[in-house]
Design a protein around this ligand. Structure first.
Ligand code: NAD
Ligand SMILES: O=C(O)C(=O)C[C@@H](O)[C@H](O)[C@H](O)COP(=O)(O)O
Ligand code: ZN
Length: 375
């Protein structure tokens, strides 16, 4: 096994027998075989990827696995949010069973959050659970979706409505691969980075306001931002793995964001997840101001930063027409945080002072959306 780069970072997710490491840094793809064989007994693997990532990184990963004695099959799916479907779940399960992947073999998600969520779900249900490694290749998946074990697919009724908690055995975030990510997708991932600052790390948000250009440029600031994000997520997940309380904070901006994704039929030409989160976080701050929890200046500040990096911050920036507010409210009513029919939102009392509000009147939300949406 080749030596780790000195710039490499390790974040541990302490979850008892489900604990695992997240390795972050350059050159990890070429070491994947060694990192896997040092942790997982089985010598066979199945790699699930998408066409954009597979065409660039599948061969290299296969070579690395082969060097360390792992024999692998692969399946390449179409790229994009629509891939998180029952049809593709069936396809992936079929591939795993046909290849006779056993419980101690490894299923590898090589791609962004779409591939990670779908693959993690399949790995958790095939033979009631086989080993699962995340090799996240988008910024969003390196800072968020590969960590914490939420896996699943979308349903006709809404986003991520069918799935399971299934922690990975290992996460390998090779930061070199971010060089081929489009600027738009990098920005979308950045929304989830900024989210950690807005949840409870005001110093990190301030650091991002000053250093975001370096994060976009690559190098140590980018690795630092990814490591801080993974540590922030690991801390929340370790405290509340199954979202009985504090973990809901990671949903800041998502109640609005998921409704907008559903409203655009998961059409990535109109909106991708991180963009929905960006608009959703601004709405969550504006709604907090509306509820007299914070000054509107804070919402202006959050919007100014997200705008500066080039993210959309308002519903009127989504191309095409949005459905009526009632349709958005229907999607919001399907949110997994709803309790006894009451909406739950993540609101804020200040910069980095987010909290879970589980008594938000639907009528207030509806009125607020009416005012904020394009007329
Ligand atoms: N499970 C969780 O905790 C969690 C957290 C956040 C988001 N998510 C989910 O993650 C998904 C969004 O993830 P995403 O933003 O990674 O989307 P994605 O998986 O669709 O990836 C974005 C695009 O970038 C391409 N891509 C990925 N890596 C690349 C690379 N290195 N070079 C070139 N192209 C590359 C992909 O092919 C795709 O076209 C959503 O479904 C969202 O719900 C899940
Ligand atoms: O890990 C979590 O918990 C999150 O909420 C992270 C979110 O960024 C992510 O988009 C997640 O998939 C949303 O979860 P959901 O339970 O609202 O579907
Ligand atoms: Zn998200």
């Amino acid at each position: 096994m080749t030596k780790p780069e000195t710039s490499e970072r390790l974040v541990h997710v302490p979850l008892g027998e489900r604990s695992y490491d997240i390795l972050i840094g350059p050159g990890l793809m070429a070491r994947a075989g060694g990192e896997i064989t040092s942790r997982i007994r089985g010598r066979r693997a199945a790699i699930i990827t998408d066409e954009n990532v597979g065409s660039r990184y599948l061969d290299g990963l296969m070579d690395s696995l082969q060097t360390d004695g792992i024999e692998a099959v692969s399946v390449t799916l179409p790229a994009g949010e629509k891939t998180k479907s029952f049809d593709n779940l069936t396809n992936v399960c079929d591939v795993l069973l046909e290849a006779r992947i056993e419980r101690n073999d490894t299923v590898i998600a090589l791609g962004g959050g779409v591939i990670g969520d779908l693959t993690g779900f399949a790995a958790g249900i095939v033979r009631r659970g086989v080993r699962f490694v995340q090799i996240p290749t988008s910024l969003l998946s390196q800072v968020d979706s590969s960590v914490g074990g939420k896996t699943g697919i979308n349903a006709r009724q809404g986003k991520n409505l069918i799935g399971i908690f299934n922690q990975p055995d290992l996460v390998l975030a090779d930061t070199d691969v971010l060089d081929t990510l489009s600027e738009r997708e990098f920005r979308a991932g950045y929304a989830e980075v900024a989210k950690y600052g807005l949840i409870d790390k005001p110093d990190f948000f301030e650091w991002l306001e000053t250093n975001w250009r370096e994060v976009f440029a690559g190098g140590p600031a980018r690795i630092e931002a990814i490591a801080v994000s993974c540590q922030a997520k690991a801390d929340v997940v370790a405290a509340d793995e199954r979202e009985n309380g504090r973990r809901a904070l990671l949903n800041l901006g998502h109640t609005f964001g998921h409704a907008l994704e559903a409203a655009t039929q998961y059409d990535s030409r109109r909106l991708v997840h991180g963009e929905g989160v960006s608009i959703g976080m601004v709405l969550a701050h504006r709604f907090s101001a509306r509820m007299n929890l914070v000054s509107p200046d804070l919402a202006d500040r959050v919007e100014a930063h997200l705008k500066a990096v080039g993210l959309p911050t308002r519903m009127d920036q989504i191309p095409g027409e949005l459905p009526p507010t009632e349709v958005l409210m229907d999607a919001i009513a399907q949110d997994k945080k709803v309790k006894s029919g009451q909406l739950t939102f993540i609101l804020t009392r200040g910069l980095g002072q987010s909290f879970v509000a589980d008594d938000v009147p639907a009528s207030e939300v509806q009125r607020f959306i009416e005012e904020m949406r394009p007329s």
